[in-house]
Design a protein around this ligand. Structure first.
Ligand code: HEC
Ligand code: HEC
Ligand code: HEC
Ligand code: HEC
Length: 433
């Protein structure tokens, strides 16, 4: 009996020792996951009021070099965006895209985004056709300023002419983009892209400026048929939902009086299709964090400089690659391993994208075949075209959102569900292969 007790105690002791060792090595191995609760936040940032530098660029914008003396850490960190220089070729990674996007520029070239420093280089080199200056909307503060000065006629100007001037004298995304010339006023944020206020009106005030400054570009947009002006397809946060945006495009009255906006008509299928663009602000604002956090909270580190200045690093990073940002998640997520949490969502969403993208590509082939063979009556053919348009829209809205579900996994899955449902409905109307 005593012997048994002793064995029992020994076993318990061994188990306890093993647990302690496991815990300690776990903590050490996972040091970066062992968040502490006193991370610097935006509230610790040093804010100063200073006069703006007098040196101005050719168009009246104050550029980063002129701010450098006043805000050396911020300016240097913004230049670090050049470190994010890798491009993934999405067409190679997901070949079904070439088929879905047939007839549109994205079938020629579609690579992942990289750092803000490269916007001018990348827009100039893309194989996608870009005849008009409106392609410069999200690339440079100097184009935003041109629109402010000249009005919407700037969008229709010749791309190369405007590009060459800005390349020689202007900048890629810079201080003016998010601050106007007011950065010295405690880092005041200003919307410099006119269409944001035009589209949202008074509702713009309901969005945190540290989110809206990014949302000037990280959004779904279209070019108005008449002026080729960049425009957002909604006027409020509620209307940012992909189903509401589709309804907006479907009921859009074109200059010739016909109804329905499309980015292109696909020759092989005869379908009028939509191309979604990086709707990060939309997915984010409809997600779990909108009420409490801004884009800056998760993508800009708060840093302590040697001289004691606390500032927002203007190098835009993934929260997963920043210990300082991960430490801020603990306030609400406790000790959850955030890297695992995010990767689990992304793996689930991207696996479904591949499955549904391939099915969409199959539907496109079936529709093109029926279109060529004349094997369907016009009414059924148009019904399939409409379902294909809708499926492509919902699939694309999820695919082109760069967080791959991390900003809003339920919206990503809803889009994929809608796409899958439309594909099934359309396929049932096609003649058996
Ligand atoms: C892409 C948008 C963007 C660009 C470009 C940008 N900023 Fe900022 N800036 C922000 C955001 C967002 C914040 C943080 C606001 C917040 O969370 O309160 C900020 C904060 C600041 C602040 C307040 C202090 C601090 O560290 O938070 C200053 C000053 C500032 N920026 C100056 C600059 C200067 C100078 C440049 C150019 C070298 C620049 N910014 C470029 C978006 C931008
Ligand atoms: C003036 C338009 C504009 C504004 C404002 C802007 N961005 Fe961007 N952003 C872009 C463009 C364009 C790219 C792609 C650049 C390239 O690939 O050449 C990009 C790239 C990025 C990337 C890199 C994507 C990747 O896959 O690595 C991130 C992250 C990002 N932006 C986040 C932000 C955040 C956060 C803000 C606000 C603080 C912001 N952006 C403000 C236009 C903008
Ligand atoms: C709660 C934190 C959080 C907020 C707030 C947030 N994001 Fe993100 N974002 C993420 C995570 C997590 C990822 C996935 C990062 C990864 O895959 O490494 C991501 C990815 C991205 C990407 C793709 C980056 C890449 O490397 O491919 C962009 C662009 C982006 N976010 C822009 C924004 C914009 C714009 C806003 C505001 C409208 C915003 N984010 C708000 C957490 C956030
Ligand atoms: C102000 C509180 C708060 C902070 C800070 C916060 N989160 Fe969250 N987050 C939530 C809540 C609430 C949810 C919803 C419940 C859940 O999924 O855990 C959530 C959900 C998520 C999700 C799942 C989203 C989805 O749609 O499935 C991800 C990913 C996430 N958070 C990432 C982050 C990251 C990364 C950080 C730190 C950079 C962070 N969060 C900081 C409150 C917060």
């Amino acid at each position: 009996m005593d012997k048994k007790k002793m064995v029992y105690k020994l076993i318990c002791g061994a188990v306890v020792v093993a647990l302690v060792i496991a815990l300690l090595t776990g903590l050490l191995n996972g040091r970066e996951l062992n968040y502490h609760k006193d991370a610097l936040t935006g509230e610790d940032v040093t804010l100063v009021k200073v006069d703006a530098p007098t040196a101005v660029a050719y168009d009246g914008t104050i550029n980063a070099d002129a701010w450098n003396e006043i805000f050396p850490y911020i300016t240097a960190s913004m230049k670090d965006n050049a470190k994010n220089d890798g491009i993934v070729d999405y067409l190679e990674q997901d070949p079904y895209l070439v088929n879905i996007y047939e007839g549109f520029g994205f079938a020629k070239e579609y690579g992942s985004a990289r750092g803000h420093s490269y916007t001018l280089d990348d827009v100039n080199h893309t194989a996608r056709p870009h005849p008009l200056a409106n392609c410069l909307t999200c690339k440079t503060p100097n184009f935003a300023k041109l629109v402010q000065d000249q009005g919407v006629s700037a969008y229709k100007m010749d791309f190369q002419e405007v590009f060459d001037k800005i390349k020689a004298n202007g900048e890629a995304i810079s201080c003016y983009t998010c601050h106007g010339n007011s950065a010295g006023n405690e880092g005041e944020l200003r919307v410099t892209h006119m269409y944001v206020n035009e589209a949202l009106g008074a509702n713009a005030a309901s969005i945190d400026p540290a989110t809206l400054s990014c949302g000037q570009c990280h959004i779904e947009y279209y070019f108005t048929p008449a002026d080729k002006e960049t425009m957002m397809p909604y006027g409020s946060v509620e209307a940012m939902d992909p189903e509401a945006i589709l309804a907006f495009y479907d009921s859009f009255v074109l200059p010739d009086g016909t109804v329905g906006f499309s980015d292109w008509t696909q020759e092989s299928t005869g379908a009028k299709l939509l191309k979604a663009q990086h709707p990060e602000m939309e997915t984010y604002l409809l997600g779990q964090h909108a009420a409490d956090l801004s884009c800056a909270d998760c993508h800009m580190e708060v840093k302590l400089a040697e001289d004691g200045t606390v500032y927002h690093s203007h190098e835009i990073v993934s929260p997963l690659s920043s210990k300082a940002i991960l430490e801020t998640c603990v306030r609400c997520h406790g000790d959850t391993n955030m890297i695992e949490k995010v990767h689990r969502i992304q793996d689930q969403v991207t696996a479904r994208e591949t499955e549904i993208g391939n099915k969409l590509s199959g539907l496109k082939d079936g529709l093109a075949a029926a279109n060529a063979a004349g094997s369907l009556d016009e009414e059924t053919l148009n019904a399939v075209r409409k379902l294909y348009r809708e499926a492509q829209w919902f699939f694309d809205f999820c695919y082109v959102e760069n967080a791959e579900g991390a900003h809003n996994s339920s919206l990503a899955n809803r889009c994929l569900d809608l796409a899958a449902g439309k594909i099934a409905e359309a396929s049932a109307l096609l003649p058996a292969a």
